[in-house]
Every structure is written in structure tokens, then in C-alpha cells.
Design a protein around this ligand. Structure first.
Ligand SMILES: [Zn+2]
Length: 70
């Protein structure tokens, strides 16, 4: 599994595995997978989830390595 992009605070991660893409989101004390499939779909879900994130405390998104293009 490879992490393609990480949202603010590392809350959501866009990952690829075996030619498929999916989003990892927090669930309980771990993560759960959602939106598995093609890159465009997973990336869009990731972007929507990440844009809904409200930061409890400001922290520069230093882990972010990739920005989706619109
Ligand atoms: Zn944040």
C-alpha cells in the first residue's frame, strides 16, 4: 500500500494498492477504507472529506505532498 496524499492533520489518506485507489478515514481507534476504485473517484472523495475537515488547532499541513488539480 502506498499513501498518495494526506489531508490536514493526517485525518484522511489517499492510498493506492494493486492499481486501485481508496481513502482511509478515522474509525474508532483505527482507520477504515472507503471509496475503493479508480483514482478519479477516490481522489474526489478524499478531496471532499479533506475540505470538510475543521481544524481544532491550526497546524501547517506539512505532511501534504500532493494537491488535487481541479
Ligand atoms: Zn487539521
Amino acid at each position: 500500500m502506498r499513501v498518495v496524499a494526506t489531508s490536514c492533520c493526517g485525518e484522511f489518506e489517499l492510498c493506492s494498492e494493486g492499481g486501485q485507489y481508496f481513502v482511509l478515514r478515522p474509525a474508532g481507534d483505527g482507520h477504515e477504507e472507503t471509496a475503493r476504485g479508480r483514482f478519479a473517484r477516490a481522489a474526489r472523495v478524499w478531496e471532499v472529506l479533506a475540505s470538510q475537515h475543521s481544524c481544532a488547532e491550526y497546524e501547517p499541513p506539512r505532511r501534504r505532498r500532493w494537491c488535487p488539480t481541479r
